[in-house]
Each structure stands twice: as C-alpha cells, then as structure tokens.
Design a binder for this molecule. Structure first.
Ligand code: PSU
Ligand code: MN
Length: 305
C-alpha cells in the first residue's frame, strides 16, 4: 500500500486495521448524477445510514493526485459544488492521478479503488449498462467488464430503463458476472421494482450474498457480484409514468448528438427535469436502501473473517 497513491481517512484506516465492515461509495453519482445541493445532502445521508447500520462509509474521489478513500465534510462539499470534475472510469483513472485535477469515480473506477483499499462491498444507485442502439453505437459501459474483473460486490437498484436491459443481462452473463436479485425473482429497473425480466439468481439474505462472495474467492474466480436491490415500494415511480419521459430524453440525446461519457449524465439530468424532480426523490430512496443492504453484507463478510 506504501507505493500506491492512496489516502485512507482516519475512520477508514481504523476500520481496515480492525477488520470492521466498510462500504465503498462512488462520487460520480454526486458530481454527474444529482444536482447540488441534493447531491451533497444525499451523500451525507447515505454515509449516516451506513454508520447507523454498524459499518463505515468510504466515499471515493480523486484529488491532489491521490485516491481518497473516505472524504471529510469539506472535501465532500467541495466535490458537490466543483464545476469541471472529470468523470473517471477504468480508462481515465491513471491519467487523472498522473496529471492532476479533481476526478469523480464511476462504478468501474470505484470498484478498482475499493479493491486497492481492501474494501469488498460497494453500494450505489444504478450501474451503467448496454445502451439502446448499442448494435450501432457500441456504447456499453465499462462498469460491466469491471464487474467481471474486480472482486467487489456491488449493490445497485438494477439498471435504468434508459438502457437496453435484456442486452445488459445477456452481456453480464457472457462476462460471467453473477446477477443476484435481492428478495424477488425479477431484475429491478431502478425507478421501478421490476423490469419484467427474471434475474439469473435470487438471494433473500445478506448472509447468502456474503457467502457467495467468499466462495468466488475460494474458487479463484476473478470479478465481483451485482446485487440488484429493488427500490422501496413507497419511492417507486410507476412504469407508465416514467416511460414517456425516458423516451423523450433518449430522443433528445439522439437529436443533439450526445455521445460517449456525456450520454448517461445528460439522460439523468433531462429525466430529472421532465419528472419535475420526482426521479431524484426516487433515486435518493433507492440509494439509501442500497446503503443499508451494503452495510448488512459488509457486516456478514467482516464477521466471517
Ligand atoms: N446510473 C445511474 N446513476 C449514475 C450513473 C449510472 O443510475 O449516477 C453513473 C455511475 O457512476 C455509473 C456511470 O458508473 O454513470 C456510468 O456511465 P457510463 O454509462 O458512461 O459508463
Ligand atoms: Mn457509455
């Protein structure tokens, strides 16, 4: 660890030393996924939720050419208001560390950093996936390959219906990534509890998810697990309500030629506007719910080691 550009907060360092449960959190959801000030408020609530569940939160971001694992209140606030923050995935992480600037980590980059810091569990909102029209655009999130590569269990509310969900599931299967629906058979669709697609695996307890994580390590299988945790019923947006807004946002992105890394942030922002903030309320509800499950899984893993 001495050679790595890694700075653990005192709280995270202590938890690491004691083998206490830790839950990693991403920063792209703060900088590119939600507007200020709700982004910072949500990040704080998520951290508080993880502490209340007996685990230590570790929000990850790049600053001053270092990977920061666990941010101070001042750092979190600065990140939430910073203007030109780079959105970092596997491809750009090293470049940002080498050349400087503030970087927010996506699911893929957060998994890499969490693994370097010895953290096995990471809670977020939604993962990137195979975009609609990927057969011509080739737009497939690097998050998917990261799940095949890096041994971190990721808790998300499934993937958004802005993506091609059947193709996303097929691609994860090709990569050998376990996709585990939590407490139901269906793969959840972020704002909606179900996508109408059956998830390949189902588990009903954090203990089972932790046991499967450990078993993959024992078998020498690389890569992590995707835990798809449905949004709480009271926060759900009915499919009929969200679908026209998704279609409108997608049409606009196509008309304006939005491409590459800009696609996901553009769609999230437009859907926020089109739903008059309703998508954000749902997003906050599901992230908190994922933080709770992440803490439970981290506790099970810590108890077994
Ligand atoms: N999906 C969401 N909210 C998000 C993201 C995805 O519902 O904030 C962010 C995550 O950081 C994810 C990234 O890793 O977008 C995926 O970007 P892309 O599609 O460019 O790979
Ligand atoms: Mn993409």
């Amino acid at each position: 660890m001495i050679d790595l550009p890694l700075t653990l907060s005192p709280e995270v360092a202590e938890a690491r030393a004691n083998g206490a449960p830790i839950v990693a959190l991403e920063s792209t959801i703060i900088t590119h996924g939600m507007p200020f000030p709700q982004n910072v408020e949500t990040a704080r609530r998520v951290e508080a939720e993880i502490r209340a569940q007996g685990a230590v939160p570790a929000t990850i971001a790049i600053m001053d050419r270092r990977i920061h694992v666990g941010l101070t209140d001042v750092q979190l606030d600065a990140l939430g208001q910073a203007k030109s923050v780079a959105k970092l995935s596997r491809a750009d992480l090293a470049a940002c560390l080498a050349t400087g600037g503030i970087g927010a980590t996506t699911v893929a980059a957060t998994m890499i950093c969490a693994h370097l810091a010895g953290i096995h569990v990471f809670a977020t909102g939604g993962i990137g996936g195979v975009h609609r029209g990927a057969e011509t655009s080739f737009d497939i999130s690097a998050d998917l390959r990261e799940l095949a590569e890096t041994p971190v269990t990721v808790i998300a509310a499934g993937a958004k219906a802005i993506l091609d969900l059947p193709k996303t599931l097929e691609y994860l299967e090709t990569l050998g990534v376990p996709v585990i629906a939590y407490g139901q058979d269906d793969f959840p669709a972020f704002w909606s509890r179900t996508s109408g697609l059956k998830a390949p695996l189902r588990m009903d307890t954090a203990a089972d998810i932790a046991a499967a994580h450990r078993m993959r390590a024992r078998l020498g299988l690389p890569g992590g697990q995707l835990v798809a945790n449905p949004i709480p019923a009271e926060a759900e947006i009915p499919k009929a309500e969200i679908t026209p807004h998704i279609e409108a946002a997608l049409a606009e992105a196509a008309a304006r030629g939005i491409a590459a890394k800009a696609v996901t942030p553009f769609l999230l922002q437009r859907i926020f506007e089109l739903t008059e903030g309703r998508s954000l309320t749902a997003n906050i509800g599901l992230v908190l719910n994922n933080a709770r499950l992440g803490a439970a899984i981290a506790r099970e893993l810590a108890a077994a080691t």
